[in-house]
Each structure stands twice: as structure tokens, then as C-alpha cells.
Design a protein around this ligand. Structure first.
Ligand SMILES: Cc1ncc(COP(=O)(O)O)c(C=O)c1O
Length: 399
């Protein structure tokens, strides 16, 4: 194997046009073949395009495993938040009450969406990253019989924590309530089997672990919930029931579909299957994460989360305490080496995030860590160790 243009010995080809790797959780680095699939135009009414829509709906359901029989898949135009809003606004009746489990930006956004939708809700707010636990959910549900639905975030992308979705699902099911999951950044790399982890609906995006390009998302919901959703939505464009009924009846999207994005998604699903489906994709991402964490720790960086909570999706690192460290400069130096990273989202301490997902492998992670080391040297940073406040923050997890 020859080193590629970026000097990386990686079996997965680097971005064809020489753009930086996106170590961000969507938009993310996609394969050249996925991008190539967008080179032809499709008529949205045409049988060939309808066949593609039918194919992606069926193949998404296949990813649920044998429990798929009770579910159907409804693609919806827009970014992830459009699809979360479609799910919440269509499947939660106007007189329902919701428990939102929040430990970061996306839990907060779900609560904000419910405020816009004027659905009664309570928030279990665990701050920047602490996980909502099954026992807490059980206690809240036992104390408030009016709560009919629970909204949980599978991987809270703002910290990278993998929330304990199994204990949340168990507590919700035991209390006879309905679980809606935002698995935007986890579906396709982490198993979600409704026979084991009961849920009413899950929402994800074409452009995260399934490695398509941005433009639409998908809600996989119990067919009974889709049927019962008639007339609930406040919005025509985001009415999941209407989109579903129309798709079932005509094979078409109601309004202009992102045709090229759908074509790219078919290719992305082929590549997902060729890699071994959820197990194969998840294994590559875990290897990416393990390499990233080991290589960065070897250089003195520390992660926000301990092993138990680290997702294979995105990892939060504390910024070095050394006063010579300036995030903007660090970012620019990494970008010059071919890597785009993400600023952190913690409120109490400075941090940055590195995504493990997308069309890239662990060789890229090793190269990135080397680049981070060079950047520290260039900035005159002597130690990558975080300050005392960061360690106090992290200790909350063990407390
Ligand atoms: C868990 C989660 N929910 C929702 C969203 C919202 O997606 P978008 O920014 O595409 O609207 C994201 C995006 O990263 C996410 O990670």
C-alpha cells in the first residue's frame, strides 16, 4: 500500500478532490461512489425513482432485524431537526404529556421543539453530559401518570455520550409509556432491535452513520402509531402521517424529493451492507474511536468521558490548560493538515470534539493525532493536560 496524498497509509481512499476529512458528525466524509451516484437526474414521479424510494424504506426496516414487522419507514425532507419535529409533532397527540431526557444540546432541542408545538412536557435535565438513568425515568413516570411519552437521545452528539437506551426503554415499557428515540447520530452503527429495546419510533438521518449526503431523514415508527397519527400534526409539510399515507398509496414523496440525495443514499446503503451492515460499520467506528482515544491520550490529551460512556460516534477532549493553547489556531493548523474538527459544547470548561464516523478508518485517526502533536509544538504548548476545572467536571460522572 502506498501513502496517499495526505501521507496516510489508508486502505480507504481519501477525499477525491483533496478536501479535508470531516471529523464532524454530519455532514461527514462520504465515499466518492456515493457522491458519483448524484451525477444523474431523476424524475420524481417516474417509476425508477419510486423504486428507489421503496427500496430505501424496505432496507431501513431490515436494519431493525426480525422485529421490523410492526414498523414502517417514512423518509422526510430536510435536516435532522425537521425530521425530529415531524416525529414529535405527528406522533405525540396534542393533549399528551412528554418526559424529555436531556443531557446536552439535542435533548434541549427536543424540549424546545415541544415548546413550539405546545405539547405539555417535563425535562429531566442532566446538564452537559451526565446520563439519564433508567431508575430516574421509572421514578418520574411513577410519580406522574399523565406522562404518556418519553423522548430520549441515543447518542447525545454534543458530548458524544452513549446514553443507556436499554435501561431507558425498559423503564418506559415497564411503566406502559411510549418511547420516541432520536438516534440521529447512532442508527446504522449501533443495533436498535425493537424486540429487545421497545420503542414507538426512532428518527435518523441519511447523513450520519449510514454515510449518505445531507438532505433528508427517516422515521421508523410502529405502523399503529402512524395510523393513529392522522390529524395530529400542526404542520402540513412535516405531517408524518400524510407523508406515509401518500407514499404507501402512490410510492411518491408528497412534495419535491431530494432526488440526488436519495440516489446517493441507495449507494450508501449498498456500501453499508457490503461492510457487514450495522455490525461491520460499528466495528470500524469503534476501531476509529479506540485508535483516536489511545493516540490522543498518549500525547497527554484527556477525554471528558470514561470508557463506559464513550460512543463510537464522536469524542469530547478537554482543551489543554497551557495558556499557549488557542482553539482557533489549533483548528487552523489541523485544517492545513487535512482535518476539520468540531469545537466543544460543554458550558463549564473548554473542549473540542472529534468525530469517528464517515468514510475513513483508523489510519486517519493516527494521522490526526500526529497532526495534533505538531500543532501543539507549533503553538508552543508544552503539555496537553487539562486544568483542574476539567477534572472536577469529569468527576461528576463517577460521583
Ligand atoms: C442527536 C441529534 N439530534 C438531532 C440533530 C439535528 O440535526 P440537524 O442539525 O441536521 O438538524 C443532530 C445533528 O447532529 C443530532 O446529532
Amino acid at each position: 500500500m502506498q501513502p496517499n496524498r495526505l501521507g496516510i497509509m489508508a486502505p480507504i481512499a481519501p477525499p477525491e478532490l483533496g478536501e479535508p476529512y470531516l471529523l464532524t458528525p454530519g455532514p461527514l466524509t462520504t465515499s466518492f461512489t456515493v457522491k458519483q451516484a448524484m451525477l444523474r437526474d431523476w424524475g420524481s414521479w417516474d417509476e425508477d425513482f419510486r423504486a428507489m424510494t421503496a427500496q430505501i424504506r424496505a432496507r431501513m426496516l431490515d436494519l431493525l432485524g426480525p422485529g421490523k414487522a410492526d414498523y414502517d419507514c417514512v423518509p422526510m425532507q430536510g435536516s435532522g431537526s425537521f425530521c425530529v419535529e415531524a416525529m414529535l409533532g405527528s406522533l405525540i397527540p396534542r393533549d399528551a404529556k412528554v418526559l424529555v431526557l436531556a443531557n446536552g444540546a439535542y435533548g434541549q432541542r427536543a424540549a424546545k421543539t415541544l415548546r413550539y408545538l405546545e405539547r405539555a412536557h417535563v425535562v429531566l435535565d442532566k446538564g452537559d453530559f451526565l446520563p439519564p438513568r433508567g431508575a430516574e425515568v421509572a421514578d418520574i413516570l411513577a410519580a406522574d401518570p399523565a406522562i404518556s411519552h418519553v423522548v430520549a437521545i441515543h447518542c447525545e452528539t454534543s458530548s458524544g455520550i452513549l446514553n443507556p437506551i436499554q435501561e431507558i426503554a425498559d423503564a418506559t415499557a415497564a411503566a406502559g409509556r411510549k418511547l420516541l428515540i432520536d438516534s440521529m447520530s447512532a442508527f446504522g452503527a449501533l443495533p436498535l432491535d425493537p424486540l429487545k429495546t421497545p420503542f414507538e419510533a426512532v428518527v435518523t438521518s441519511a447523513n450520519k452513520c449510514l454515510e449518505g449526503v445531507p438532505g433528508f431523514g427517516l422515521v421508523l415508527a410502529r405502523r399503529a402509531a402512524l395510523e393513529a397519527a392522522e390529524g395530529i400534526s400542526h404542520s402540513l409539510a412535516l405531517d408524518l402521517h400524510d407523508q406515509w399515507r401518500n407514499m404507501v398509496a402512490t410510492g411518491q414523496w408528497r412534495f419535491t424529493p431530494p432526488t440526488h440525495v436519495v440516489a446517493a443514499f441507495v449507494q450508501a446503503l449498498d456500501e453499508h451492507a457490503a461492510e457487514g451492515g450495522i455490525a461491520g460499520r460499528g466495528a470500524r467506528y469503534r476501531q476509529n474511536r479506540d485508535t483516536l482515544v489511545a493516540e490522543m491520550r498518549a500525547r497527554g490529551f484527556e477525554t471528558l468521558l470514561s470508557e463506559e460512556w464513550l460512543s463510537p460516534i464522536i469524542v469530547t477532549f478537554f482543551c489543554p490548560d497551557d495558556p499557549a493553547f488557542v482553539f482557533g489556531r489549533f483548528y487552523d493548523l489541523l485544517k492545513a493538515d487535512g482535518f476539520i474538527i468540531y469545537p466543544g459544547k460543554l458550558t463549564a470548561v473548554e473542549s473540542f470534539r472529534i468525530g469517528c464516523i464517515g468514510h475513513l478508518d483508523h489510519h486517519v485517526m493516527t494521522a490526526l493525532a500526529r497532526s495534533a502533536e505538531r500543532a501543539l509544538t507549533t503553538m508552543g504548548v508544552r503539555s496537553a493536560a487539562p486544568g483542574a476545572a476539567a477534572l472536577t467536571e469529569r468527576n461528576q460522572l463517577v460521583a
